[in-house]
Design a binder for this molecule. Structure first.
Ligand SMILES: [Zn+2]
Length: 185
């Protein structure tokens, strides 16, 4: 979050990108956070948090939809690399969430595997239905919360006492300010 403050204030330091640091990281990685985020080209985690090589373990799918490969990658980060923090990072104006709203409103089938994204994001759109305020942004926030809650049900990440070493949070990135706001603890 400190790095994000630098980024949003246009004071990025671009740390951990020098040759010496890269060479030191070649013998092993110890990233301090898993960022599970959307594929959106405007939300690159290393830039948004002003971090460099070896800092962030990043998994990205459209709308941070969980599939087996994404979940296996998150579990790998926790089990093998002992990363203590998972952040689900959604963002303003998410195209995957917008596409889901459009598909539900228009009852139009989406092609092939895009349909699996729509199916996964549909519960967030349903949850946001009837809320006051911006419909897309409400659905984005619901999608973040539901993704965090879904990850909490994964035995390796969530419930058992010895696994409480992993902290799971949800956050939303604002395209205009560049700021990240923690929305779900
Ligand atoms: Zn998105």
């Amino acid at each position: 979050m400190t790095g994000n403050q630098r980024f949003s204030n246009v004071m990025s330091k671009f740390p951990h990108q020098a040759r010496e640091w890269r060479l030191r990281q070649a013998s092993g990685q110890s990233p301090f956070a898993i960022i599970f985020s959307c594929v959106d080209s405007r939300v690159p985690p290393e830039l948004v948090f002003d971090r460099g090589i070896g800092d962030l373990f990043v998994i990205r799918t459209a709308g941070h939809v969980i599939d087996n490969a994404a979940l296996g990658s998150i579990e790998f980060g926790v089990e093998e690399l002992h990363i203590p923090l998972i952040m689900v990072l959604g963002h303003q104006s998410c195209g995957a969430v917008a596409a889901t709203i459009a598909a539900l409103d228009q009852h139009t089938p989406t092609p092939d595997q895009i349909n699996s994204l729509v199916a996964a994001i549909t519960p967030a759109v349903e949850q946001a239905r009837g809320q006051t305020g911006d419909r897309l942004d409400n659905a984005v926030r619901a999608n973040i919360a539901l993704t965090v809650e879904r990850l909490r049900t994964v035995p390796l990440l969530g419930e058992a006492p010895e696994q409480q070493r992993v902290k799971l949070v949800g956050a939303r990135y604002d395209l205009h300010t560049g700021g990240v706001e923690v929305t779900h603890m």
